[in-house]
Write a protein that binds this ligand. Sequence first.
Ligand code: MLT
Length: 317
Amino acid sequence: MKILANDGMSAAGVKILEEAGAVVITQNVPQENLAEYINSEGVEVLTVRSATKVRKDLIDACPGLKVIGRAGVGMDNIDVAYARSIGRKVVNTPAASSISVAELVMCHMLNVARMVEDSNRQMPLEGETSFAALKKKYAKGKELQGKTLGVIGFGRIGQALARKAIGMGMKVVFHDPFITASVSLKMEFYDGQSVTFDIAPSTLDEVLSQADFISLHVPSQEKPLIDADAIAKMKDGVVIVNAARGGVVDELALLQGIDSGKVFGAGLDVFTGEPTPPVAVLMNEKISLSPHIGASTTDAQDKIGIEIAYNILEALK
Ligand code: MLT
């Protein structure tokens, strides 16, 4: 059986599949040549990250393709419903990247709280000549401890983030349209101790109005979940982080919220119009930026490779 891992796969994932008898091809075939390659090489399983698109036309053009694997969480680059409707299996890796994404969100929250996103830009330029002025400029940061984190979307990543935030001394409130009962969050420590927090769900408006920091963990949306109306309901000085999908936060409304002082700052790992984010967002000194790297750690990619390998083997049974 031939598996084309068109956007790559970790060595650990390749090993599992090869030990199961598969031939794993990790070369990248350009999008426009994919159908021809898959058909001529007899590829039965195609795995992608976010770069390769698996739309209806590709699926229709490759009748021998049995399984489509998404090495990641969001499946917006695959026509999942269509593929499944004609009997193709589609699998992803919902668990593997939670810790890496949660840690990146904490990183953005801490960056914004202490204005590190801008001092990192200014220190190389002015640190030698204007140290005292920069020290004064970045002296109005805030602590996370004692503040409330609002998590919108409380799946694996939202819950992983909640554990980190509780560890930092934050209170956590959450909203998730699919969760109506309290969630028990077990936090396990290096020495075997553990503690469990029961957190009751809140309405979206409660989260918006109570949280000092807000992080989104929802799939791609038809229209922004956080728009000017939502921002108006938030506390003054709120920090907003989006490491979910571009467009979940209306970036224009965010910029207006920052300009008016309503929003203290933001952390963005995802953007509308990726891979060419709006320049006004990239240039804003109160936005901590990263280029969609939530799941891009060596640890997460190893775990993703292993999870996708097992999920492919399960799908082929
Ligand atoms: C995911 O959905 O797994 C992450 O956003 C990573 C990605 O899409 O590159």
